[in-house]
Structure formats: structure tokens, C-alpha cells
Design a protein around this ligand. Structure first.
Ligand code: DMJ
Length: 551
């Protein structure tokens, strides 16, 4: 019988192997055209907004209703401006003629609206940070992409950017310290203190304006923007002795703008703390200024000594914890999804945007860089697990890693590996970018395919769970994408909310994850994923743009 059994076994093995391969391929990006799929998702989302909510700043993809942000009711271009450079990028890179034509039309529509309808001379109180990173950042990168990819009229974006920046920079002149209040009226130029938190400004907010304003000085030659925006650092470091024993480069999340002194003792890498660290490194990468690199390295060293933890579950996931009572207090294992940008940042910090294989063999490589690189990989893995173990495959807004502080309560959802928990109020997902952002950086720096597999899994789950389908009167299906109230129970509970960073960041980073032509040493993304080119040192010398303060 042997002579029959052998071929039968071989056939069965071959069929099984074929089926396993098929199943595997079906679930991986390799059996798809990921960039085409992401372009389509972007277009579906954008066209829903353009058809039903055109011009509004806040839009609900379920109700198809929206409103504007400014008190006066005038639009600020929130969703439109945040989206333009993603369309320019996709227009430039797509292999599909229909998509390219569509992107060209949509860019043209957005550009006409910015040119002819958008007016920043409005009696509206806007948040300085959000307006800078999304609007000023979006206009400047659209200018850059328009010039680089030869699409649209770059002057439209630059003129608007200058008009907006001139309305924002009076913020730096209205406190004794040069630290801005949190909001400003676009028409009158009057700065307004935060209505809550005793008028404190969020520390990460006034330290996340510098890339945009420095880039504007670099383009226009008007050095005022550069000089004003860097003034915040001297009082911040000096008045708090920020590099001294008490803080060791780790910032409390609130600052009194009139004195420059920290308010409260909450230290974290999540909301109101995050992009302080991001802009230290990115200013160095963008402009070459050495001081910011030193400050970044100093803060990262302290972060590793004071905030780093490892979960007690099966996977031993690394996380950056929080200190609610200053550095001497206990470290909480609460972890905002927002912190997931840190994988990408640490990887860029270690390699300066060069492939790991090249950087690690270079003369500057050292154990600290190796350690930063490994931490970048570990944190990105933790963030991936925040999607992978959740029933919908999408991360909640906040998790608590399994640690001694705080202790899990019975009503907290437990991940299968027992590495993290989710509290009842933290189960929502607003299509945030930070994890796919880190996947994009880690993939291009390491070449490790695993990051693309993870990214495809996350993208597929966004499609599966955040898609809204409405059948029109003529039977045509209209598709949109929206936020979720709850990622744990299935089917997921949808929220009527489109965040502009879904279009500006999440889909852009996913798209670039699958792009083969990304040179991370030549561009620097602002915190809203708007790309700026690395500055040319001779242009900086010509304009005499240097760091205007010392520690
Ligand atoms: C974005 O607006 C920016 O990335 C910001 O720095 C943090 N939060 C959102 C996205 O989550």
C-alpha cells in the first residue's frame, strides 16, 4: 500500500499548504493593492464631506450635518485645509488614472474655496495650538507639496499662511514672558487665557508652534516668526530650572503664561505633554539646531529612568507611565493612545531618518541610540497589541497596563494576555493616527515587513467597523467613515463625528506605510502629519536664522 499512500499524503499536504497560503494571503496586504484601497477610502470619506458638509469645520458622517468652530459662525477651513496635502501626495503617487483625475478635481475645488471663500478676518476666538498645527501647518505643507509635485497654485496657500500667521503671532507679545495664552481672536488680535485650569496654558501647546513658524520665516525671509516663537523656551527652562533635579527635563502639563512657572505636578507623555518632546527633536531634524537635540536627549534619558514600565501579563509590554504627583510620586500605568507616537519619534531620534542598518553601522551609533531604537520597537509592539487584542481590532482611547498602580477594578475590560485593561469611559476610538504613524516610521527605518502586516490589519478593521453606508434614492451606496463610541462590544457603536486628522494623518501615514519611496531624512512631519522639507543650511545662514537663546 505504501506506493499509494505516499502520493496521497503528498497531495493532501500540498492541498492543505495551498489552502493555508490562500487564507494567509487573503488576510495580508500582499493580496491587495494597499495604496489603491487607501486612496479609495480617502476619496469616499472626503467626497461624503464635500457633498454633504462642504465648508463646515465640524462634521457628522451619520447625520450629514455640521457646524463651524469660530464663535462668529464663520468657517476656518478645519477639514479642508487639513486634507489638501494628503490629496496632493496621493495625486502624485497614485498608479490609477481615475483616482489621479479625481484628486486633481478635488484639489482644485479645495483650492478655490481657500482662495475665494475662506476669510480669516473673523471675530472668532481660536485655539492657538490647534490652529497652528492644522491650519498654518496644512497651508504651509500644501504650499510645499504644490511646488514639489507641480499641482495647484502654491501662492494661494502661502498668501493664506502669511495672513493667518500674522493674526496668530500677536499671541507672543501679550504676556510678560512671551509665553502665549491659549487662544486668540483672529480679527482683533487679542489673546485670551484658557477659560479653565486657572488660565494656565498647556505646556505642549505653546511648545508645538515652532516648526510651522520657523518654516514660514525660512520661506519668506521674514525672521519675526522664528524669533517670536522660540522665546517661550528661555522662561520655560530658566524659571522652572527644568533640567534641575526637580523636573529633569520632564514637564508638568500646565504653565502659568504670566510667570512661566509650571502649574500643578502632572507629568505625562499623553495629552498636553506629548508634542513638547516631539518638537524638541523635530526642530533639530528640520533646522539642524543643536540645542534642541541636547534637550531632547536629556528628556528621553529621564523618561527612561522615571516613567518606563513593563506590564505584568504574558507579553511584558513596555509603556511610558504618568506621574500625577511629580517625579517623586508613584508612576501610574495609564497610557493614552496619543503616546503611541513615541515609537516613531524614538526611532527617528536614534537614526536621524537613515535606515537602521546604515545608522547602526555609522560612527555616531552608541548604546543610548541602540536602546532608543529597541524601545521604539517595543512601544510600537505595545501599541499594536492595543488594537490586536480588542474585539473590533481597533484601539480604545486609553488603556491601563497591568501594574501595581493603579489596580484593576472588576468592571474594567481585561485583554486576553492580561497585559492591559480598559476602563468603561475609555472605550471610544476617534480614528487617531499615532500607532500607524509609528508603523510608518518603523517600517521605513527597519524594512521589517511585520509593520506593514500590522498596518494592513488596522486599516482593514477601520474599514470593517468605521464605515457608514447610506443607500441613496437611486439605489447608489454612499460611503463615509466615522468615530466609534465603543470598540469592545460587537457590532461597534458608531459616533457621529469625523476628525480632520483621519484625513490629514491616519490615512496619510497608512498610505506612506505602503509607499516604497519615502525618504525620512529629507522631510519632517509636523505633529499633524504635514510634511516640511529639511532646511538648507546656507539659506539659514543667509537669513541669519540661528537659535536665539541659551541654557
Ligand atoms: C492631532 O491633532 C495631532 O497629532 C496632535 O499632536 C495630537 N492629537 C491629534 C491626533 O490624535
Amino acid at each position: 500500500m505504501r506506493w499509494i499512500a505516499k502520493p496521497i499524503v503528498s497531495v493532501v499536504v500540498a492541498v492543505l499548504a495551498y489552502q493555508i497560503t490562500l487564507r494567509y494571503l487573503k488576510d495580508t496586504y500582499k493580496s491587495h493593492d494597499p495604496q489603491f484601497a487607501i486612496e479609495r477610502t480617502f476619496l469616499e470619506s472626503w467626497i461624503d464631506y464635500r457633498s454633504n458638509g462642504w465648508g463646515v469645520d465640524v462634521y457628522g458622517p451619520i447625520s450629514k450635518k455640521g457646524r463651524n468652530m469660530g464663535k462668529s459662525g464663520d468657517p476656518l477651513g478645519w477639514i479642508i485645509i487639513d486634507s489638501v496635502d494628503t490629496m496632493m501626495l496621493m495625486h502624485n503617487k497614485t498608479k490609477d488614472d481615475t483616482h489621479r483625475k479625481r484628486f486633481a478635481e478635488e484639489i482644485n475645488i479645495a483650492e478655490s474655496w481657500i482662495k475665494n471663500t475662506l476669510d480669516y478676518n473673523v471675530d472668532s476666538e481660536v485655539n492657538l495650538f490647534e490652529t497652528t498645527i492644522r491650519m498654518l501647518g496644512g497651508l504651509l505643507s500644501s504650499y510645499y507639496c504644490s511646488e514639489t509635485y507641480h499641482i495647484g497654485n502654491s501662492t494661494v496657500y502661502l498668501e493664506k499662511a502669511i495672513d493667518l500667521a500674522d493674526r496668530l503671532v500677536p499671541s507672543f507679545l501679550q504676556s510678560e514672558t512671551g509665553i502665549p495664552y491659549s487662544s486668540i481672536n483672529l480679527a482683533s488680535g487679542k489673546a485670551i487665557k484658557n477659560h479653565a485650569d486657572n488660565g494656565a496654558s498647556s505646556t505642549a501647546e505653546f511648545t508645538t508652534l515652532q516648526m510651522e513658524l520657523k518654516y514660514l520665516s525660512y520661506i519668506t525671509g521674514n525672521t519675526t516668526y522664528w524669533k517670536l516663537c522660540e522665546k517661550v523656551y528661555d522662561p520655560l527652562y530658566r524659571n522652572n530650572n527644568l533640567v534641575g533635579r526637580h523636573y529633569q527635563g520632564l514637564i508638568p502639563i500646565f504653565t502659568n503664561p504670566d510667570t512661566g512657572v509650571f502649574q500643578g505636578s502632572i507629568i505625562r507623555f499623553g495629552s498636553r505633554g506629548d508634542s513638547f518632546y516631539e518638537y524638541l527633536l523635530k526642530q533639530n531634524l528640520l533646522t539642524g539646531e543643536v540645542l534642541y537635540r541636547k534637550l531632547y536627549d536629556f528628556s528621553m534619558d529621564s523618561m527612561k529612568r522615571h516613567l518606563l514600565g513593563e506590564s505584568k501579563g504574558q507579553l511584558h509590554l513596555k509603556y511610558i507611565g504618568e506621574k500625577d504627583y511629580g517625579l517623586a510620586g508613584p508612576t501610574s500605568s495609564k497610557f493614552d493612545h496619543l503616546v503611541c507616537f513615541m515609537g516613531g519619534l524614538l526611532a527617528m531620534g536614534a537614526t536621524n531618518g537613515k535606515p537602521y542598518s546604515e545608522a547602526a553601522n555609522g560612527p555616531d551609533w552608541n548604546p543610548t541610540k541602540q536602546n532608543d531604537w529597541e524601545l521604539a520597537e517595543d512601544l510600537t509592539k505595545s501599541c499594536y497589541e492595543m488594537y490586536h487584542q480588542i474585539p473590533s481590532g481597533l484601539s480604545p482611547e486609553i488603556v491601563v497596563f497591568n501594574s501595581n498602580y493603579p489596580n484593576a477594578e472588576p468592571n474594567w475590560w481585561r485583554s486576553e494576555s492580561e497585559d492591559y485593561f480598559v476602563k468603561p469611559f475609555d472605550k471610544h476610538n476617534i480614528q487617531r493616527p499615532e500607532t500607524v504613524e509609528s508603523l510608518m516610521f518603523l517600517y521605513h527605518l527597519s524594512g521589517n515587513e511585520q509593520y506593514r502586516h500590522w498596518g494592513w490589519e488596522i486599516f482593514s478593521n477601520f474599514i470593517k467597523h468605521t464605515k457608514v453606508i447610506k443607500v441613496a434614492a437611486d439605489g447608489e451606496e454612499k460611503v463615509a467613515y466615522t468615530s466609534l463610541h465603543n470598540v469592545i462590544s460587537l457590532p461597534t457603536d458608531k459616533a457621529d463625528n469625523l476628525e480632520s486628522f483621519w484625513l490629514a494623518e491616519t490615512l496619510k501615514y497608512l498610505y506612506l506605510l505602503f509607499d516604497d519611496d519615502v525618504e525620512l531624512s529629507k522631510i519632517v512631519f509636523n505633529t499633524e502629519a504635514h510634511p516640511f522639507p529639511v532646511f538648507n543650511q546656507s539659506r539659514l545662514n543667509e537669513l541669519n536664522l540661528t537659535t536665539g537663546w541659551k541654557l
